[in-house]
Design a protein around this ligand. Structure first.
Ligand code: GLP
Length: 263
């Protein structure tokens, strides 16, 4: 099923995502988390760090796999997703850095590195809960429009729109943004036992509506969530503003049976 939850603001989205991740880890302290970069998951990481600080959940035994990485940046480069994940998630959440992996954007043999990454996820027992943001063009991870729903971790060329959106992390200089990336495929992402997509702000409203209510299409990679048996979409009012059935989602959430509630 896909559950769409409309919340008053970004802080509520972050708190709800954190509550769901914490619930998974309380059930299974050695859970495998799927981590995302970008601004969307920052509220979730912040709220989760609060739960850790208050002793409400312990994340020190989890392992984690990031979704994607730029090709050509070393993990030491501050713009790399390896560095971003260290800053935004590993340090504030108290994760064990030895158990956190990011796709190898600096591998000599990128194809082998991509295959090995998928294998490592499988060997870890698969991802229990995968946190996802959504790009303005409907991408998840770096699966740009026309990505196959069956795709595995692989090299992709970044869409011009994505490079423009991400230039802000490279001193606003488009030329510095890498052309290629290595990303978990849509098929890889769909194997996670639970998907948790978070989106805030008007700029995501069209992509969210297309992903959730539009047809299943490779033109909107996030529409792959419709194929997943346990996908939760947490939205603030602005990100939900283009949904046709918004009132229905609010009604459903308000009347959710207690046994289904996490927060
Ligand atoms: C980036 C990342 C995605 C992220 C998306 C949205 O390019 N590869 O994983 O979800 O774009 O980013 P933001 O959350 O900053 O809007």
């Amino acid at each position: 099923m896909m559950e769409i939850v409309i919340l008053p603001d970004g802080a509520a989205v972050g708190a709800a995502a954190a509550a769901r991740i914490a619930a998974v880890v309380r059930r299974r302290p050695e859970a495998v988390l799927g981590l995302a970069t970008g601004s969307s998951p920052l509220g979730a990481y912040g709220a989760l760090a609060g739960l850790v600080a208050r002793g409400e959940v312990d994340l020190s035994r989890v392992s984690a796999f990031a979704l994607d990485e730029y090709v050509g940046l070393t993990p030491e480069s501050p713009q790399s997703y390896a560095a971003t994940i260290r800053r935004d998630a590993v340090e504030p959440l108290g994760l064990d850095p030895a158990r956190v992996r990011v796709p190898p954007g600096d591998a000599v043999d990128l194809e082998a590195g991509a295959l090995e990454y998928d294998r490592a996820i499988r060997e870890a027992g698969g991802v229990d809960v995968q946190l996802l943001g959504i790009g303005a063009n409907g991408h998840i991870g770096f699966n740009e429009p026309t990505s196959s729903f069956a795709s595995r971790t692989r090299i992709k060329t970044l869409a011009p729109r994505t490079r423009e959106d991400n230039a802000r992390f490279f001193d606003g200089d488009l030329d510095q943004v890498p052309l290629h990336c290595i990303t978990q495929g849509l098929g890889t992402i769909l194997e996670a036992r639970q998907l948790l997509l978070v989106a805030q702000g008007e700029a995501k409203a069209a992509a969210v509506a297309a992903a959730v209510e539009g047809p299943l299409t490779a033109m909107v990679p996030a529409s792959a969530l419709q194929l997943h048996p346990d996908a939760i979409v947490l939205l603030d009012e602005a990100a939900a503003s283009r949904l046709t059935l918004a009132d229905y989602y609010r009604f459903t959430y308000a009347h959710k049976p207690d046994w289904q509630r996490v927060d």
